[in-house]
Design a protein around this ligand. Structure first.
Ligand code: ATP
Length: 667
């Protein structure tokens, strides 16, 4: 609930809307109860052939008659009291009876005073025939209902605005946070889970805000208005009917806890379903080619089944809420019907010796009292949905804030050291790195790369080459050791300053669902069209862009660049890096999918582009290795040799096995 309260605080940033929500809720409640009150004059006046003014006059006459009758009775009692022995038991009984009579007289007088207050207005404005009175009351109910519904519509729109505003603000903050999160979070949590939190969970939070500012205020206010009216008719009779409340409170508490637990599990299952879905959509080619449709369907169905049962459990709890409140309402009405019916039918004011009303209740008052109880029942029934929505929102808010509160380990230092404009060396010193606590991926790696030098990394699959190259742009920080530029630890440099000097082309060549031109300019927004075309020409992408793509540089490449071939994507990624013109270039098997003929052309470009630029590259192609000044051979997370390709060909067995086999070139 604590996290949901944080989300609610966002709603209070719009105090005007919050106040308008509350005001409209209050007006809905007032009109709700006042409309129900209309049954009173219908039963007591219209049904008895009276108009409201004549009914009021009759009521005054009746109360006066009561006062006069009680005057006579109290005179008799006073006389008997004077005769009785002052200390005798009968005297105290007589005194008690006399006090009761006076109290009833006072109430009758009070009633006359109250009627006298409205009587002139009623006589002036209200009709004097029963049928016209009925028409007036009906018109009052109709207009009252229309006004109530207008306020209700305004209230619904306002609360929707609050809910959507909170969801919008949180989604914005969530997206910004996801962009900052450490990469480890993506592999730990999974993309499906991160997506569920942004879509489904935040949807629940928004709905929870709507319910809390809408239904959760409006319906109790309606119930309170009816409660107050019912109490006005007879608070003692009302007290008799609300004995069921403690049972309801216990039931609701149990339900709220169970709902919260069930919702938490359902959201976890939903994350699993999203996870399977994103994985399947991303790997549809592999699934097809390996004929794994049935297997993947089974896996997905399993997650779906789990979700189905969780949802059924929630539906079960949800369905309990409504009957519980309905039973409570019926119990109240039944108690009131029996007790009130007895009082009205017998013109009594006491029940089992307990005073229920000061004067005997009329049929109209009792009917209005029942109407008020029914008027409390409807909001109570509507409130039953509120528990589920708030429990769901509370669980979802916890899941959302768990991500929002995450402090990324890789962040700007408090006072960053600027990198020199012209630097001399990039150093990896005594580096160790582990993705998981149980295994070292890099172990005691030390390497110095001079500015302008080209270093190639070779080594068997999984030996840690890509991991090592993810350290300079601080995609990860080393577990031990330091990566530095001219002695400045990269952790002391601002991320913008550092990453602004680095260009990366990786094997996957990830593109965005933008136009070709926008993708090339991704690392240098604001580049001119001529600069973009020049970069594409250098990456040997210009020809396929202009000849093969329907809209040339304006062609949309599809999500992840899916409408292009692997080689085309790599050329665009290369053009993107060329346009960025970085001081440190990182090529992670950047030309692995480019055909041999084009690669020779690209080599020429790369040779020119890498001249005087510090470059770290991973490749196993001997032709690409010729671009390197030095080659670093890695195995099992360690550097085992460093030298020129010729030196290594002479002395390093692993290098020869990896790079000197004739077939490798075309592999
Ligand atoms: P390849 O030549 O196949 O690209 P590589 O030498 O570049 O391999 P890395 O990608 O650096 O190897 O991976 C080194 C090791 O770290 C591998 O054993 C891999 O399983 C593990 N690894 C890589 N990424 C993660 C990750 N996000 N979480 C956990 N382990 C990882």
């Amino acid at each position: 609930m604590k996290q949901f309260r944080r989300a609610l605080r966002l709603a209070f940033r719009r105090p005007g809307i919050v106040a308008a929500c509350w005001a409209t809720s209050l007006l809905v409640a007032v009109f709700w109860a006042t409309n129900l009150l209309a049954v009173w004059p219908i039963v007591d006046a219209v049904m008895h052939g009276e108009s409201i003014p004549s009914w009021l006059a009759k009521e005054v006459a009746e109360q006066r008659a009561t006062i006069a009758r009680l005057d006579v009775e109290s005179e008799g009692l006073s006389a008997r009291l004077a005769e009785a022995d002052a200390g005798a038991e009968t005297a105290s009984e007589l005194r008690f009876e006399l006090a009761n009579l006076r109290e009833t007289q006072e109430h009758a007088q009070q009633k006359i005073d109250n009627i006298a207050w409205v009587q002139p207005t009623a006589e002036r404005w209200l009709p004097d025939t029963p049928f016209e009175t009925l028409l007036y009351v009906c018109a009052f109910v109709l207009v009252g209902t229309i006004i109530k519904n207008l306020f209700r519509v305004a209230n619904l729109v306002l609360v929707a605005q609050l809910g959507e505003t909170v969801a919008y603000e949180l989604r914005k903050a969530y997206f910004a946070q996801v962009l900052r999160l450490d990469l480890a979070e993506f592999s730990d949590r999974g993309r499906g889970d991160l997506m569920t939190r942004c879509t489904s969970d935040l949807g629940h939070v928004g709905q929870g805000v709507q319910v809390l500012f809408g239904q959760a205020v409006r319906e109790p206010l309606k119930a309170i208005a009816c409660f107050a009216m019912a109490a006005w008719f007879s608070w003692r009779l009302l007290a008799l009917t609300v004995f069921v409340l403690p049972i309801a409170v216990l039931g609701i508490r149990w339900l709220a806890k169970s709902l919260k637990r069930a919702n938490r599990r359902a959201m976890e299952e939903l994350s699993g379903v999203f996870e399977s879905l994103t994985e399947t959509l991303g790997g549809i080619r592999v699934i097809r080619t390996f004929g794994r449709e049935a297997g993947e369907s089974d896996r997905f169905n399993q997650s779906l089944r789990q979700l189905y049962w969780r949802r059924m459990k929630i539906a079960g709890y949800d369905s309990l809420a409504s009957p519980m409140t309905e039973n409570l309402g019926v119990a109240m009405v039944v108690t009131a019907a029996v007790a009130g019916g007895y009082l009205v039918l017998n013109r009594e004011t006491d029940l089992f010796g307990v005073k229920i009303s000061d004067t005997a209740l009329t049929h109209g008052q009792m009917t209005a009292f029942f109407a008020m109880l029914a008027g409390m029942g409807d909001p109570a029934r509507r409130l039953s949905g509120v528990f589920g929505a708030i429990q769901r929102a509370s669980v979802s808010a916890e899941r959302v804030y768990a991500v929002l509160d995450r402090r990324p380990a890789i962040a700007d230092p408090p006072s960053p050291t600027p990198l020199p404009t012209e630097w001399k060396a990039l150093r990896f010193e005594g580096l160790s790195f582990q993705y998981t606590p149980d295994r070292l991926t890099l172990e005691d790696v030390s390497l110095e790369v001079k500015a302008g030098e080209t270093i190639a990394l070779v080594g068997p699959n999984g030996c840690g080459k890509s991991t090592l190259l993810s350290l300079p742009p601080r995609l990860y920080d080393p577990s031990e050791g330091v990566v530095s530029i001219d002695g400045i630890d990269l952790r002391d440099v601002s991320l913008d300053d550092l990453r602004g000097r680095i260009g990366v082309v990786s094997q996957q060549a990830q593109l965005m669902n933008l136009s070709v031109a926008d993708n090339i300019a991704f690392g240098r927004p604001g580049a001119t069209h001529d600069e973009i075309v020049m970069a594409a020409q250098q990456a040997h992408a210009h020809r396929f862009i202009t000849e093969r793509l329907a809209a040339g540089y304006d062609t949309l490449v599809g999500p992840g660049g899916g409408r292009l071939s692997g080689g085309q994507r790599q050329r665009l990624a290369l053009a993107r890096a060329i346009l960025r013109d970085p001081e440190l270039l990182i090529l992670d098997e950047a030309t692995s999918q480019i055909d041999v003929e084009s690669e020779q052309l690209i080599h020429k470009t790369l040779t020119a582009f890498m001249r005087g630029r510090t470059t770290l590259l991973i490749t196993h192609r001997p032709s690409t290795l010729t671009l390197a000044d030095r080659v670093v051979v890695m195995d099992a997370g360690r550097v085992i040799d460093v030298g020129t390709p010729d030196e290594l060909a002479d002395r390093c067995d692993l290098f020869r096995r990896l790079c000197c086999q004739p077939l490798r070139e075309s592999a």
